[in-house]
Design a protein around this ligand. Structure first.
Ligand code: MG
Ligand code: MG
Length: 267
């Protein structure tokens, strides 16, 4: 079942998204070699709770963290823990907040210290994939237009697009209908209508698209051990175009926020 959100509900989701984006910004700034992913997890939980929200991930299907922290070949769903971040790592941080019953969901992949040019390109292209996917979120377009745009951009650079994990509707639950694949055919799938709120989340790999799940039952890694990146926003389709509900302050980290996915991408 697809639930369209009223303008009032979208405003509530924006408030939830504001907590998600501001806590995520703080985490991005805190990332450095030598720290553990559980330190970031603690910061996230404190930040969300201090702002009056609840960490959506904590306890979700038994997940122990308030963030997912996925390093290098880990695509998504890494469990925060004692792993020490090293210079040159890629860290994907995925975070969700529930506020007044509404969920927001967002993710970034950030460099730990200095990373290779190849890793940098993977981050840039994955972030561009999100921007390009969001730009498709115009009323009258279809879910397949989002995935087709993401897939075309990733594959143009020789990257893999993960198939088994997809974006999703979001609202009172973190995962609502419809599914939003990062691949597809233009002009296919559900029509996008004002009030539809989606989490668009390209998961892009340096090598092949195949994944596997580690023995912890959560961590998704690339089957070939190559790097992966993941960017996500919660976005509402409105009469006047896509409205990103988890937008961060782009002035805070311009070197990793080169692609402002707001109006510029849509014009
Ligand atoms: Mg997420
Ligand atoms: Mg999501």
């Amino acid at each position: 079942m697809i639930t369209l959100k009223s303008p009032r509900e979208i405003e509530l989701m924006r408030r939830s998204g504001k907590i998600t984006s501001s806590v995520l910004t703080a985490l991005i700034k805190a990332v450095r070699p030598g720290m553990t992913t559980s330190e970031l997890d603690r910061m996230a939980e404190e930040g969300i709770r201090q702002a009056g929200g609840v960490p959506t991930f904590k306890g979700y299907n038994g997940f122990p963290g308030s963030i997912c922290a996925s390093v290098n070949d880990e695509v998504v769903h890494g469990i925060p823990g004692t792993r020490i971040l090293r210079e040159g790592d890629l860290l994907s941080i995925d975070i969700g907040t529930t506020l007044d019953g509404y969920v927001s969901d967002s993710a970034v992949t950030v460099p730990v210290g200095t990373i290779s040019a190849q890793a940098r390109q993977l981050l840039d292209v994955t972030q561009e994939c999100l921007t390009i996917g969001v730009a498709q979120m115009q009323a009258g377009k279809r879910v397949g237009d989002i995935g087709a745009a993401v897939q075309a951009h990733a594959e143009r650079h020789g990257y893999g697009v993960v198939r088994e994990l997809v974006g999703h509707g979001v609202g009172r639950s973190m995962h609502e209908e419809p599914q939003v694949p990062n691949y597809g055919e233009p002009g296919t799938g559900m029509e996008l209508r004002p009030g539809l709120v989606l989490a668009v989340e390209p998961m892009i790999t340096q090598g092949g698209p195949r994944i596997r799940i580690l023995g912890d039952g959560w961590t998704v890694v690339t089957a070939d051990g190559k790097l992966a990146a993941h960017f996500e926003h919660t976005i509402a389709v409105t009469e006047s175009g896509p409205k990103i509900l988890t937008l961060r302050d782009y002035a805070e980290r311009p070197e990793i926020e080169r692609y402002r996915p707001a109006r510029e991408a849509i014009a």
